[in-house]
Design a protein. Structure first.
Lengths: 335, 366
């Protein structure tokens, strides 16, 4: 028996389907496209607005100080003696963040590997939950804890011994420690960003296929060799992304820093040793913005915001660049 | 995680509801709401007034946002609040920008040198120039001869002095640097007076709490805090040499003496107060680091378009109550009450206030 002829020929069907999808897509696609474009335009618009108000607000200070505003070290808000320079706070920001990163990155990646690879699944779920909980603690809580409790531990158990034993040999430990300094700020920052870097690193490591790890074990690798060969190389880009996420948090952190960095001002804010008081771009804005009634002072503080904005953009671009290079070199390796 | 989310939603909705409630009561009772903003220092006192004034006039609601003197002045000049509050008088340019502002001193603050010297039990004595040298980093050891000279018989430790100052812009710093500028020419020339100045050395801590916490935990440190704060936290503080050469411990009485002895030099409320300072004032028992803190009003209250006649009258009534009956709450909160001489000046100022040209007070009292 011959197959029953379809009511429509094949060509008809195609045409109909095509028409139908076309008709539907005409509205749906357009709507969706508009929505997505609108959403991305919103982001661009926000950045543009931020940049505009930063430039607009800091114009008076750049007119007065010129490029000196970026490389100057004076910070005088006294009426009639105004003079502003951002360099000490740029240095303070970079130094405190560098200390934080040096401590936080290895610890975070260690925790992430431990949670994923070293312990039973049930325990790892609990631990991961705790890490995520820590990531949600507001930074002011860490800051107050540091001011009232932690700085005495740091001073008595870390800074004093370092100062007494190595102070005359290594200039970084030369200054008599007080507990409120760039070193403490770096450590507390590290404590703050460890949960964030850990949480992201854990996801990155989790995404590595099991077959890869099993292959390493099958080749007789020890656990450390497996981590070194099968986890770290493919996770490298992700781990770097996680670290930069932490760095972004560290650079912009404000209240915590204000409480523990010692808030020096002007030339005194350039740290000469690990135990020096300093100040970051965001902490001086937080400190002085409320009472900055003088127009030039206000403009200088907004100028610091612009400098911070540029540093953040620079770091993000660097991050993209480094990550793309690393992932390229890894894919070369695989081939 | 789900529970946490639910809790947040619940919390947010409760918050939203609680924000709605006052709106309804307002519309029912047709009350007057007076908005003010400014200095953080008088906030506990103004907040007490807010509550107590409900017993005097239940129809007046007072909102006070303690956002700092600078913010208070800014909002006052932009006319987004009905009154401002500031620790330092308006500067010449601010006074000009505001147009016809009046200063009404509402309470008194004084700044105390608090220190932490575990071995020393006798109260320390300090002079203005020595304090200036400590905060400039010139005197670095506690057993410096300059400190020894004024504290005979006290064994001072040979330790580094750690000076603690305010890191945030504050009226307290303004008063303190104003005093140092008067007693130390070097301070005057190299650092000057301001809410935030370029401290050559030492540790900056945010707020009175921050300074107090830094001093209390760290032996051999010294810093300055508000009197009220030093009294409530039981810190040890220094006696300071006044203009007549006497060493005076900070207290309500010695601060009031300083204000009383300077009261004769105060200008009228509507004049510029830019150069008014009470630091280093004369009088044998005057504590040398004290200052007034001010409420700011417009001489003609209709200058602020959001103030109608009823609001203007309520505002002036409230201020009059605050500088007279309201002063009874000062001492328990650690504030120094206004001496009669300053209250008299304020009464004169309030009488001169107008709404669209007609005096306000005589209308309401008649």
């Amino acid at each position: 028996m011959p197959l029953k002829e379809s009511k429509y020929s094949h060509a008809d069907l195609v045409q109909k389907l095509d028409l139908r999808t076309k008709k539907k897509s005409f509205f749906g696609d357009k709507f969706f496209k508009g929505l997505v474009i609108g959403a991305s335009l919103y982001t661009l618009l926000m950045v543009a607005l931020v940049l505009f108000s930063l430039v607009d607000g800091s114009l008076p200070i750049f007119v007065k100080e010129g490029f000196n505003f970026v490389i100057g070290t004076n910070w005088n808000a006294v009426e009639g003696r105004e003079s502003f320079g951002a360099l000490p706070y740029i240095v303070g920001t970079l130094v405190s963040s560098a200390i934080a990163m040096a401590i936080a990155v290895p610890i975070s990646i260690g925790i992430a590997i431990f949670i994923n690879e070293m312990i039973p699944k049930k325990m790892s779920i609990v631990l991961a939950f705790v890490v995520e909980l820590l990531a949600a603690v507001p930074s002011i809580v860490y800051g107050l804890w540091a001011l009232f409790v932690f700085r005495f531990w740091i001073r008595d158990f870390v800074e004093e011994p370092l100062h007494n034993s190595l102070g005359h040999v290594i200039p970084s430990f030369a200054k008599a420690p007080f507990g409120l300094d760039v070193f403490t700020a770096g450590i507390v920052l590290a404590i703050m960003i460890i949960p964030i870097i850990t949480a992201v690193s854990r996801e990155v490591i989790k995404a590595i296929p099991h077959s890869q790890k099993e292959a390493a074990y099958a080749l007789g690798a020890t656990r450390w060799e497996m981590v070194k060969a099968a986890i770290l190389p493919p996770a490298k880009t992700g781990l770097m992304g996680a670290s930069f996420l932490g760095l972004g948090r560290a650079i912009g952190e404000t209240m915590l820093i204000t409480l523990v960095i010692g808030n020096a001002i002007g030339l005194a804010a350039i740290p000469t040793s690990l135990f020096s008081q300093s100040q970051t771009l965001s902490s001086i804005i937080a400190n002085e913005f409320n009472e900055a009634a003088n127009d030039l002072h206000l403009s200088a503080l907004i100028g610091l915001g612009l400098v911070l904005f540029i540093i953040t953009i620079f770091i993000n671009i660097m991050a993209i660049f480094i990550i793309s290079r690393v992932s390229k070199s890894y894919s070369n390796l695989r081939e | 995680m789900v529970n946490l989310k639910n809790c947040t939603i619940l919390g947010v909705s409760i918050l939203a509801l609680s924000l709605l409630i006052p709106v309804y009561t307002n519309s029912v009772n047709a009350q007057v709401t007076i908005n003010g903003a400014g200095a953080t220092f008088p906030f506990p006192l103004i907040d007490t007034w807010r509550v107590e004034y409900k017993n005097v006039n239940p129809d007046v609601n007072i909102n006070y946002a303690s956002i700092g003197s600078g913010g208070g002045i800014k909002q006052f000049i932009e006319k987004t609040v009905d009154f401002g509050a500031t620790d330092a008088p308006l500067s010449a340019s601010e006074f000009e920008k505001a147009g016809n502002a009046v200063h009404i001193p509402e309470t008194i603050g004084s700044v105390v040198l608090a220190y932490n010297l575990p071995e020393v039990t006798t109260p320390l004595k300090l002079t203005g120039p020595v304090i200036a040298d400590i905060f400039m980093g010139k005197i670095t050891k506690w057993d410096d001869t300059k400190i020894k000279e004024i504290n005979p018989g006290v064994t001072l430790p040979s330790e580094d002095i750690i000076s603690v100052h305010r890191s945030d812009g504050s009226g307290t710093s303004f008063v303190f640097t104003d005093y140092l500028s008067k007693v130390s020419p070097e301070w005057h020339d190299s650092i000057g007076v301001g809410k935030s100045v370029q401290w050559p050395s030492g540790i900056g801590a945010p707020g009175n709490e921050g300074v107090a916490a830094s001093i209390q935990g760290s032996p051999y440190s010294i810093g300055y805090v508000e009197l009220a704060y030093a009294l409530t936290t039981q810190m040890t503080y220094a006696s300071i040499q006044n203009k007549e050469g006497n060493f005076i411990a900070p207290s309500f009485n010695s601060t009031m003496d300083a204000v009383s002895s300077a009261a004769g030099t105060l200008p009228e409320g509507s004049q510029s107060w830019t150069n008014v300072t009470l630091t280093d004032s004369s009088g044998p028992n005057s504590y040398p680091i004290s200052s007034l803190t001010y409420l700011l009003l417009y001489k003609d209250l209709s200058t602020n378009p959001s103030v109608d006649e009823q609001k203007a009258r309520s505002l002036v009534d409230f201020v009059e109550w605050a500088i007279t009956d309201g002063q009874q709450f000062s001492e328990s909160l650690g504030y120094v009450p206004l001496p009669q001489s300053v209250v008299d000046i304020n009464e004169q100022t309030l009488k001169s206030l107008t709404f669209k040209g007609t005096p306000i007070l005589s209308n309401s009292t008649s």
